[in-house]
Design a binder for this molecule. Structure first.
Ligand SMILES: [Zn+2]
Length: 305
């Protein structure tokens, strides 16, 4: 990049030689056919002049490709950050959704319990009315006992009174049972209402969190998108199309990856030494022969970071 007018003659000569050697090797080597294919395939993308006209033109190409690789790697970094933001923003609404479902479930349960307590209350008052009816009957029978004509009538009324007393006892027993169930339901309703309040507090916190994150990340995302677009200007259309296509097909959205421990940083397949050498030269845009991702070396990575 910072080459002076005097320097290119000295530096371009060996690089020209190396380039010749590399291309000769690729043409003759049979075991590396896929590599050769990839290189041929990427050639139109990177606009390497087919014939080297002069030292200066080759130098320009070298710089341009390096610049493109840097732009591509920066673009990848920016786009990956955008991906990350979108993933975070995608997960929080799910948490809110889970809480909303839980709240709806609790509300339904409380509603059902309230319906049950209403029914129990009605049963209690029914039994209370039954007791009143029985008491009225007892009173009526006792009055009638004052005016009986014989013992048989008196005994018959006594039996009726006994029967109504039994009815009252039974009703009282039922009321006690209903009341016990009611107390239990009431307790459970209170528990659920407490849980409901807790969940409502949680959802309030989560919603605020979500709003904050959305506001925060949207600003960040806008800036990143602006950066991404800015970076795209330095990359030609065909290369951008390839980048977008590879990114779409890759599970992790990575189209440009670093060589890590002699392997592709995307699919972790080993990269042949000659291939690695070509990548380090920054003279061609080289893709992984297994996954098709664009490969860069630490030189490019360091230039970006
Ligand atoms: Zn790969």
């Amino acid at each position: 990049m910072a080459k002076t007018t005097g320097k290119p003659i000295a530096t371009s000569k060996p690089s020209k030689l190396m380039k010749k050697d590399a291309s000769k090797e690729k043409r003759t080597s049979t075991k590396e056919t896929p590599v050769a294919e990839q290189v041929v395939e990427t050639k139109p993308l990177i606009s390497v002049p087919p014939v080297v006209k002069s030292d200066t033109s080759e130098d320009k190409t070298e710089v341009t490709i390096e610049k493109k690789l840097i732009a591509l790697y920066s673009l990848q970094q920016i786009d990956s950050q955008i991906d990350k933001i979108r993933i975070i923003r995608g997960e929080l609404p799910l948490e809110v959704q889970d809480l909303e479902d839980e709240i709806a479930g609790l509300e339904t349960r409380i509603d059902n319990y309230i319906q049950e307590t209403v029914a129990l209350d009605r049963s209690v008052s029914d039994k209370k009315n039954a007791i009143k009816d029985s008491q009225a009957l007892i009173k009526k029978y006792e009055d009638q006992q004052q005016n009986v004509r014989n013992n048989r009538e008196y005994d018959s009324l006594t039996k009726e009174i006994e029967y109504q007393n039994l009815e009252i006892q039974l009703s009282e027993k039922r009321i006690k049972e209903f009341q016990a169930t009611l107390d239990l339901k009431q307790e459970e309703i209170e528990n659920y209402q407490k849980q409901l309040q807790d969940r409502k507090n949680d959802i309030e916190i989560k919603r605020n969190e979500l709003e904050d994150i959305i506001a925060e990340t949207e600003k960040e995302e806008q800036e990143l998108i602006k950066n991404s677009e800015e970076n795209r200007k330095y990359i030609e259309e065909r290369l951008l199309t390839a980048y977008t296509r590879i990114r779409k097909n890759a599970r992790n959205g990575l189209a440009v990856v670093q060589i890590e421990r002699d392997a592709c940083g995307g699919c972790f397949n080993k990269i042949p030494p000659q291939h690695q050498l070509d990548i380090r030269m920054h003279k061609k845009i080289i893709v992984c022969e297994y996954c098709g991702r664009i490969l860069v070396d630490d030189g490019i990575v360091n230039a970006v970071n």
